[in-house]
Ligand binder design. Structure first.
Ligand SMILES: *[C@@H]1O[C@H](CO)[C@@H](O)[C@H](O)[C@H]1NC(C)=O
Ligand SMILES: *[C@@H]1O[C@H](CO)[C@@H](O)[C@H](O)[C@H]1NC(C)=O
Length: 215
């Protein structure tokens, strides 16, 4: 490198090092703020979500770990409505996604499959529609998946049987169709987990082929 370029590069480095920590530490705040702008919030439960703060860790209903990474979102029973934005997939450290008993609508974003640390996904009692994304099969830490009481359609992705840590699955009261998988954790879920999906067939039992309602 030509010697005369050195001052230029040191100034550039200085500028980068001064701005980069701020940008990186608030990327999760930016993602949450983007989620907020798509939601209707008549009870103002998201009022404290101020994107000009250095991180979202002081916002109500948001919990961070010691490294200021978001690990919980607790927005059950909050009277919020609208779509769940794809930005949710940027909260890589999230462990608990609690959005139950609201009026969320639209599709369950496939970007949720990016949340490798997720332990619990509670989206029950909302108005979600469309298919259960196959990408949820990437959530190897997932223990609780409750999507009951929505308007979900299509078949249960067979790939979900790869979720070896899954302890509870609730899919009742939707519009799912096809055959319930029987492998992996599905061997221990009770029939109530799938109740009130009129076009859903039980798993194959003792060689009896289930009647296929189609999808
Ligand atoms: C929920 O929001 C609606 C407006 O969208 C309002 O009429 C209703 O009172 C709210 N419900 C509760 C329990 O706060
Ligand atoms: C299925 O629907 C019936 C009638 O709405 C309801 O009483 C029952 O609790 C539902 N079952 C489950 C497991 O949610």
């Amino acid at each position: 490198m030509a010697i005369w370029l050195l001052p230029f590069f040191s100034v550039l480095l200085l500028v980068l090092s001064a701005t980069w920590p701020v940008i990186s530490s608030n990327s999760e705040g930016d993602a949450l703020h983007a989620l907020r702008t798509k939601l209707s919030d008549p009870n103002n439960v998201l009022q404290s979500w101020d994107p000009t703060l250095v991180n979202p860790c002081t916002w109500f209903h948001v919990t961070c770990d010691n490294n200021n990474r978001v690990i919980r979102l607790d927005l059950g029973n909050s009277n919020i409505s609208g779509p769940l934005g794809a930005e949710i997939g940027q909260l890589e450290h999230l462990q608990y996604l609690e959005f139950y008993r609201n009026s969320l609508e639209g599709k369950i974003p496939e970007e949720l499959g990016n949340l490798k640390n997720l332990i619990s996904m509670d989206l029950y009692e909302n108005n979600f529609q469309g298919a259960i994304p196959k990408s949820l099969s990437k959530l190897k830490s997932l223990r609780f998946l409750r999507l009951n009481d929505n308007k979900l359609s299509g078949s249960i992705p067979r790939e979900l049987s790869l979720l070896s840590n899954l302890k509870a699955l609730e899919l009742s009261n939707n519009d799912l169709c096809g055959t319930i998988p029987s492998e992996g954790p599905f061997s221990s879920f009770p029939p109530q987990s799938f109740a009130n999906n009129t076009r859903l067939n039980g798993p194959e039992l003792q060689g009896l082929a289930p009647y296929d309602f189609g999808c």
